[in-house]
Ligand binder design. Structure first.
Ligand SMILES: [Zn+2]
Length: 310
């Protein structure tokens, strides 16, 4: 591993990752702390072909690169483009568009779009332990025509619906901890309570709004409801934390992305959840957290464009 000081800012990261050998060493060290492992046979004995930057496995005789089995696999773009892209995306508070990324890296918008989606895949939060302290659970509507949030909230209160063209997103925030969120088919009792049961330990405290779908949770949880229509926060019972995530999500969607197809919404959601959950880290920390999950997450163009859902 190189002894060069690690980058701390975007400009340092771009300089640092201009050297493909440095990039290769960096990714290899992240992926294989014990040394390179053959993707095919698991062998750890190999020789390194420096000119082609590939390892030749002594077990199965196959060659493999540091990109094999990662979101970078099969990409004609070099790690000198990929790593600054990961840095940019992991550290962007409101998201970045494919146009912006393309211009910043000097690649086409189409390439940038594919990179963005692959990197979002790496940002997807892995499996968590269930929340067992206080959980703020809330649902919101995303998409459709741009409307302001107050009107959304009002519609929700008055009619109980958010419009047919909107997608439901549900989330659970552990008070003082991490958040998890998912695109949901609807706001039914089955869907919302299913989400709670998947993410929150029985017996924990759950704060939700007064939506009828949450009625019944009190059998397995200490359930208290927050009335959104009331403007003040009554002590501990509030959902301000998860509401912060929704505003982060909506800011990114309305401000940066021109349009989001409902099909891709869950990837944008993963990106904002990542931002939220790594809010205490440094830029280098977020970059490392994103890079830490590049393995075993290949995303093919076919899967991405909807022929196959990964
Ligand atoms: Zn092998």
């Amino acid at each position: 591993m190189t002894t060069k000081r690690l980058p701390e800012t975007l400009i340092e990261a771009i300089r640092y990752f201009t050297d493909i050998d440095v990039c290769t060493e960096f990714v290899a060290a992240m992926r294989w702390p014990e040394g390179p492992v053959c993707e095919r046979c698991g062998g750890m004995e190999h020789s390194y072909l420096r000119t082609r930057r590939v390892w030749k496995c002594k077990g199965c005789k196959r060659q493999f690169s540091v990109k094999v089995g990662t979101i970078f696999e099969d990409s004609p773009l070099g790690l000198d483009k990929w790593l600054p892209a990961v840095w940019l995306i992991a550290n962007s508070k409101n998201g970045i568009s494919s146009h912006e990324l393309g211009r910043a890296l000097g690649v086409t918008q189409k390439s940038a779009w594919f990179m963005l989606h692959r990197i979002r895949l790496a940002l997807q939060s892995g499996s968590f332990d269930k929340i067992d302290g206080i959980a703020e659970v809330d649902e919101t509507f995303i998409g459709g025509k741009a409307r302001n949030m107050h009107k959304d909230v009002r519609e929700r209160k008055i009619t109980g619906t958010g419009g047919k063209d909107k997608t439901v997103v549900v989330g659970a925030l552990e008070r003082g901890g991490k958040v998890r969120a998912a695109v949901a088919p609807d706001r039914s009792k089955t869907t919302l309570q299913g989400f709670v049961r998947d993410n929150v330990e029985q017996g924990a405290t759950v704060y939700t709004d007064a939506l009828n779908s949450y009625t019944g949770l009190e059998h397995d949880y200490l359930h208290a409801t927050v009335d959104h229509a009331v403007e003040y926060v009554s002590g501990q019972v509030h959902s301000n934390g998860i509401e912060n995530l929704w505003s982060l999500l909506k800011r990114g969607l309305h401000g940066t992305y021109v349009s989001v197809e409902p099909f891709h919404l869950f990837r944008y959601l993963d990106e904002r959840v990542f931002t939220f959950n790594t809010r205490e880290l440094t830029d280098l920390g977020r970059f490392a957290a994103a890079l830490g999950s590049i393995g075993d997450r290949r995303l093919t163009y076919k899967a991405l464009t909807g022929k196959v859902i990964a």
